[in-house]
Design a protein around this ligand. Structure first.
Ligand code: DLZ
Length: 161
């Protein structure tokens, strides 16, 4: 019986250079996401000299910086980190939507994986739980996804076996 061709990236097979775009707003949370992202990259043998960290004021500014970095062609992937926490106004919805669509667009328009490691939470407590607390570290997860996508993109550039 014939089998379909299956192509899958593997974080362990990735190398290259990585850009991290991090938002300063809710810095206590984002610092922890950054720790997680750096530890995932280092665990996969990506040297610090192949990682650049770019700080922007808030999550709303992440997409432009991510797109600019992806456009340079110098990076295998761009990892976006931020924490949007619901306040008293509807600012939250606008920033979440702009950040999510902007990050998506940065990836699609450049052809470079741009990863969404931006927390969108009701409270700071919920955000901290996802930044190295009881619910894991979404910065770590985003960096792992960046490595997997890098490996996948390399495989997709090669002719099928
Ligand atoms: C203004 C604002 C607010 C209210 N909340 C957040 C937030 O929870 N997380 C975040 O990353 N940024 C926030 N910002 C800042 C905006 O992202 C942006 O930096 C400003 O609106 C300036 O464009």
């Amino acid at each position: 019986m014939s089998m379909p061709t299956v192509i899958e990236g593997a974080a362990s097979q990735a190398n290259g250079r990585y850009a991290i775009v991090a938002a300063k707003f809710n810095r206590e949370v984002v610092d922890k996401l950054l720790e997680g992202a750096l530890s995932a990259l280092r665990q996969h043998k990506i040297k610090d000299e192949n990682i650049i960290v770019v700080w922007v004021p808030g999550s709303f500014e992440i997409p432009l910086a991510a797109q600019r970095l992806a456009d340079t062609g110098e990076f295998s992937a761009v990892i976006c980190l931020g924490a949007v926490i619901r306040g008293e106004t509807d600012h939250y919805e606008h920033i979440c939507e702009a950040a999510a669509l902007g990050v998506l667009d940065a990836g699609l328009s450049t052809g470079i994986p741009v990863l969404f490691g931006i927390l969108t939470c009701q409270t700071e407590e919920l955000a901290l739980a996802r930044a190295g607390g009881a619910a894991g570290n979404k910065g770590y997860d985003a960096a792992l996804a960046a490595l997997e996508m890098t490996s996948l993109m390399e495989k997709l550039h090669q002719p099928a076996p």
